[in-house]
Design a binder for this molecule. Structure first.
Ligand code: DAH
Length: 351
């Protein structure tokens, strides 16, 4: 009796220990070690079973059946864990904890130059301007000759312009898009052309060999200087805020007559004078004017029938003013610590 009881007790603790061990294993190797310990040829199950013969004869069948049940239970437990480890998806699913915080992903943002170009495009689109495009590699004809720029004009100097073979160059301005547009379309024409330009400038705080402009062109019957002023004034208010003032100063460009330079009142100091506006209270923003009749002749428009205005402005300069950036080179170095500052700032700056 005693012997039998202790056999059953031992069997029972073997069962509990084996099942507990099966539950705690974390990989297939540990599982195999548990199997060998309990079910192996020299394992604990075998050693318990070997003592069956020492039991009183009448207790043997009952004890033997009990031992077989325990052995089967341990074997099933082993089999279940084995399947778990050979099914990788199921095992990771079992470990997935939905209460853990999510892993955050870095969010991309537009470069400040692109933000400003998009904003100008959006404002002028609402005024009826379509977006036109031209190549960075232009013909000398489109970049200079068709824009009424004489052969001895200083901007044509090879020290200032990147010339390429076969009458081509890296465009020095977005103005050649005016020519392409007028050659392809009859008036009315109302386009803007944002894009990259190139000049042989030595980089410093305000110069870069590559930069961006937005060109504007409006040609129709009876387009006047007042239309130009109204368009620039509206653009200024939407870009810089409702209190900004504009002024026009007489200037010269080969492709416009009369030509002006457009200034915005300084949005940094409000017009009272600061370093950014060089204590003048005004910021030079755009070149503009009424399209020169000679340009119309080059593209086959009748200057007696049509008039038009054009303007061109530097995008970097506007971005620098809006964001208080004091060195244009920062815009091209792509230092993430600098660029990351412009995720939300552009919209905050509009007030
Ligand atoms: N293309 C000129 C520049 O790069 C800017 C400009 C001035 C564009 C007057 C125009 C314009 O369309 O009418 O300095």
């Amino acid at each position: 009796m005693d012997v039998g009881n202790s056999f059953i007790e031992e069997l029972d603790s073997l069962r509990r220990e084996a099942l507990a061990a099966l539950l705690t294993v974390e990989d297939a190797a540990a599982l195999e070690a548990v199997r060998i310990e309990y079910l192996g040829r020299n394992g604990r199950m075998v050693s318990v079973m070997s003592r069956l013969g020492a039991l009183p004869k009448e207790e043997r069948p009952e004890a033997g059946q009990q031992a077989n049940r325990v052995k089967n239970e341990i074997q099933q437990g082993f089999q279940a864990r084995l399947e778990e480890f050979s099914r990788p998806a199921a095992s990771t699913e079992a470990q997935w904890d939905p209460s853990l915080p999510g892993r955050s992903r870095p969010l991309g943002a537009l470069h400040p130059i692109r933000q400003v170009a998009d904003r100008i495009t959006e404002i002028l689109s609402r005024m009826g301007f379509a977006v036109a495009d031209g190549p960075d590699i232009e013909t000398v004809e489109n970049n200079f000759d068709a824009l009424n720029t004489p052969a001895d004009h200083p901007s044509r100097d090879p020290l200032d312009t990147f010339y390429l073979p076969e009458g081509t160059l890296l465009r020095t301005q977005t103005s050649p898009v005016q020519i392409r547009t007028m050659l392809a379309h009859r008036p009315p024409v109302r386009i803007i052309a944002p894009g990259r330009c190139y000049r042989r400038d030595t980089p410093d705080a305000t110069h870069s060999a590559t930069f961006h402009q937005v060109e504007g062109l409006y040609v129709d019957h009876d387009v006047s200087m007042a239309d130009l002023k109204g368009t620039i004034a509206q653009l200024a208010r939407e870009l810089m805020g409702p209190r900004v003032q504009i002024r026009f100063r007489p200037h010269f460009f080969p492709f416009t007559e009369p030509s002006v330079e457009c200034d915005f009142s300084c949005t940094v100091c409000g017009g009272t004078g600061c370093r950014v506006c060089k204590y003048s209270g005004w910021l030079e923003i755009a070149g503009a004017g009424m399209v020169d009749p000679r340009v119309f002749q080059k593209v086959g428009y009748d200057p007696e029938e049509f008039t038009g205005f054009a303007f061109g402005m530097g995008i970097e300069r506007i971005a620098m003013i809006l964001h208080g950036i004091d060195d244009i080179r920062l815009l091209y170095e792509n230092d993430a610590r600098f660029i990351d500052q412009f995720r939300m700032r552009f919209h905050e700056n509009l007030h």
